[in-house]
Write a protein that binds this ligand. Structure first.
Ligand code: DAT
Length: 175
């Protein structure tokens, strides 16, 4: 089973996926590193302050080497655009996310853009277009361990049926 761990930058994807790999022995790959390994970082977007990955080409590479009997976690905010069996969307209250993005040294515009994306469920909406089950969990008041527990079932198997924990940060947009 291949799992996309996606969400706005800073929500806790890497923390969660590293913990999952450590705790359950699942394989973990970072989408940006995968793209680099396959020479599929094609540009740097100055306005977006981010690498541009050839997602279609990376999807083709990954489709050819489809994970089967083991669990593989793809960590990255583009992972829901890759061939996966389920998408896990990690969410975080914009009020908490703001401090994390500022700590990363993002520009004011990039901080604002990401916080707005989080508040309007942008990644969830994209993930729902992927045509596979989507599991959403709010990381805001959960430790990484609690968050991982919320993404697995009682037997410690990765959740792979649609289950969206509701979040609503529309009040943040109006502040
Ligand atoms: P991402 O991979 O989504 O960009 P990250 O895993 O690098 O996010 O985490 C960003 C920061 O937030 C980092 O300083 C660790 C912290 N963090 C991650 N998950 C957390 C959680 N569940 N509770 C509190 N802090 C968390």
């Amino acid at each position: 089973m291949r799992i996309a761990v996606t969400g706005t930058p800073g929500v806790g994807k890497t923390t969660l996926s590293r913990l999952a790999a450590q705790h359950y022995g699942w394989e973990r790959a970072d989408v940006r590193e995968l793209a680099q390994a396959h020479s599929l970082v094609v540009a740097y977007d100055e306005a977006d302050e981010a690498d541009v990955v050839d997602v279609e080409a990376l999807a083709a590479v990954l489709a050819a080497e489809r994970a089967s009997d083991h669990v593989e976690v793809l960590d990255g905010h583009l992972s829901h655009l890759l061939p996966v069996d389920v998408v896990w969307v990690v969410r975080c209250d914009p009020r908490v996310l703001e401090g994390r993005l500022r700590e990363r040294g993002y520009s004011e515009a990039k901080v604002r853009e990401n916080l707005e994306a989080e508040a309007v469920d942008l990644v969830l909406q994209e993930a729902q277009g992927a045509g596979v089950p989507v599991v959403q969990r709010d990381s805001t008041r959960r430790s990484p361990e609690e968050l991982l527990s919320a993404f697995v079932d009682a037997e410690g198997k990765p959740r792979n049926t649609t289950d969206l924990e509701p979040v609503d940060w529309s009040d943040w947009l109006l502040e």
